[in-house]
Design a protein around this ligand. Structure first.
Ligand code: BES
Ligand code: MN
Ligand code: MN
Length: 453
């Protein structure tokens, strides 16, 4: 770790804790004011670090924070993207300390957003501050930090489409993913897409006494469960007709390459307290969670769930279902195939409505680009080991849009760990990872400038 980080790290952490105290939950309108406050905080810190033209760009939803430092048009330009919005913190009672009152325990910062993505966004701001203060900024830089990633980035999509000139860059760098382990650096080279729907199954026109009517009318909860269960077969393949039509199959060489990444099934099971893993026949755990598409129920409700027992046949049952997509599938295609199939398997005793939510397209990023090579060298410099390219199972919808709208590839330089519990209670981010990110990012700028000459 260099002197600047050594001397300033307590302040860096302290500032991040201030940001983490702002509950910028994008999914829930009651946090609207906090979301804006987080945007203003980011803007202020960018200004303090030395960025020019810092402003909040208004959208139909939450503002996008923009700032830049253009030092020489002849130098490469890096567009750093991240998000200041966070997932809802529910269920609050499972947190060991309140989600928006950050605490440091065992060298980790515990708070909603600590890793996803405030902690990682803040690494970029502090790395920029350090490069500015030490006169070591080697590239032009543009910052674009949004407030709607966790709800699908729709307004950012519009903003990008309307500001193609302003956002021109040689590479987009994003720290919103992870590494395999603190001693096994990796760079994410792919993200899955997403198709998200909500389904509503209606049986009788009102809730019924389950003794008077039970057995004689369709129970929408029973039917919904049957319908959902039928979406996978005995090999855990998805049964929606045409679902796999466009799925990119990896060659055996590519799969063999993937299998080289260090992984222990025993440790994986132990970390999650699993008796066994589960998934599509014919694929390994790491393949199942990255290069294969999935279908998962994220929530299911209906009927009586309060204290005690109530004998009732509910009128309605609901579920939220997400499908993770891999290259060559599109969210539009899959949402349509799902809808058609789900409607077709509904028995005449119920009515079914499928409502699409957000979508996002899958993406694979190149490893032979100058930007990837610069990132790889930066990791090698600070971790002492060459990072392994890894395709991730998560989604960042804007990455495919950046490629489609701006023609720019992203480098996914994330520093989180799968065990950081993002989206879960007790989310945390290692101080090691936070400082390592601040240390690594300037090397990325340095090598990018050198290798672009
Ligand atoms: N940062 C995550 C995505 C991620 C995490 C990718 C770890 C790879 C490794 C991002 O904030 C996220 O949660 N995305 C959502 C998608 C969105 C449309 C709600 C996701 O993947 O569920
Ligand atoms: Mn994120
Ligand atoms: Mn997230």
């Amino acid at each position: 770790m260099n002197n600047y980080i050594q001397e300033n790290k307590d302040r860096f952490i302290d500032e991040l804790l201030q940001l983490l105290r702002i509950p910028s939950v994008s999914a829930d309108p009651k946090f609207k004011g906090d979301v804006r406050q987080a945007a203003e905080f980011i803007a202020e810190k960018l200004r303090e670090a030395g960025a020019d033209n810092v402003k909040l760009c208004e959208t139909a939803g939450n503002p996008i924070v923009y700032g830049e430092k253009i030092i020489d048009p002849a130098l490469p330009t890096v567009l750093a993207y991240g998000h200041y919005d966070v997932q809802p913190a529910d269920p609050y009672e499972l947190w060991h300390s309140p989600p928006f009152e950050p605490v440091i325990k065992d060298e980790k910062i515990y708070a909603r957003g600590a890793c996803d993505d405030k902690g990682q966004v803040y690494m970029h701001i502090k790395a920029f501050e350090m490069m500015m203060r030490q006169n070591e900024l080697t590239c032009n830089v543009k910052f674009m930090i949004e407030g709607e990633e966790e709800i699908g980035s729709n307004n950012l999509g519009i903003f990008v489409n309307q500001n193609k000139e302003k956002l021109q860059a040689d590479v987009i760098v994003i720290s919103d993913t992870g590494i395999i382990a603190n001693d096994i650096p990796s760079i994410t080279t792919g993200l899955r897409g997403m198709s998200y729907v909500e389904v509503e199954v209606t049986g009788p026109s009102r809730d019924l006494h389950s003794g008077l009517y039970g057995g004689a009318v369709a129970n929408p909860i029973n039917i919904l469960c049957q319908m959902i269960a039928s979406l996978h077969d005995e090999n855990n393949h998805i049964t929606i007709p045409g679902f796999y039509d466009n799925v990119e199959e990896l060659s055996s060489d590519e799969r063999a390459e993937m299998a080289k990444a260090p992984f222990s099934l025993e440790e994986y099971k132990k970390a999650l307290d699993l008796g066994d893993v589960h998934g599509e026949t014919g694929y390994t755990t790491n393949e199942r969670n990255s290069i294969r598409p999935t279908l998962d129920v994220n929530g299911i409700w209906g009927g009586y769930t309060g204290e005690g027992a109530k004998t009732v046949i509910a009128s309605k049952a609901f579920a939220k279902i997400s499908m993770r997509l891999v290259p060559n599938q599109t969210s539009e295609e899959i949402t349509e195939k799902f809808t058609r199939h789900f409607e077709s398997i509904a028995p005449p005793s119920v009515k079914v409505v499928v409502r699409p939510h957000h979508g996002g397209e899958p993406v694979v990023t190149p490893t032979n680009s100058v930007a990837y090579q610069a990132a790889s060298r930066a990791f090698e410099q600070t971790f002492g080991k060459k990072p392994i390219p890894v395709r991730s199972g998560g989604s960042i919808p804007i990455v495919a849009m950046f490629k489609a709208e701006l023609g720019i590839d992203s480098v996914l330089m994330g520093f989180g760990l799968d065990s950081d519990a993002i989206h879960s209670p007790n989310e945390h981010y290692g101080i090691f990872n936070f400082l390592k990110g601040i240390e690594t990012i300037p090397y990325f700028f340095k090598y990018l400038a050198e290798m672009s000459k």
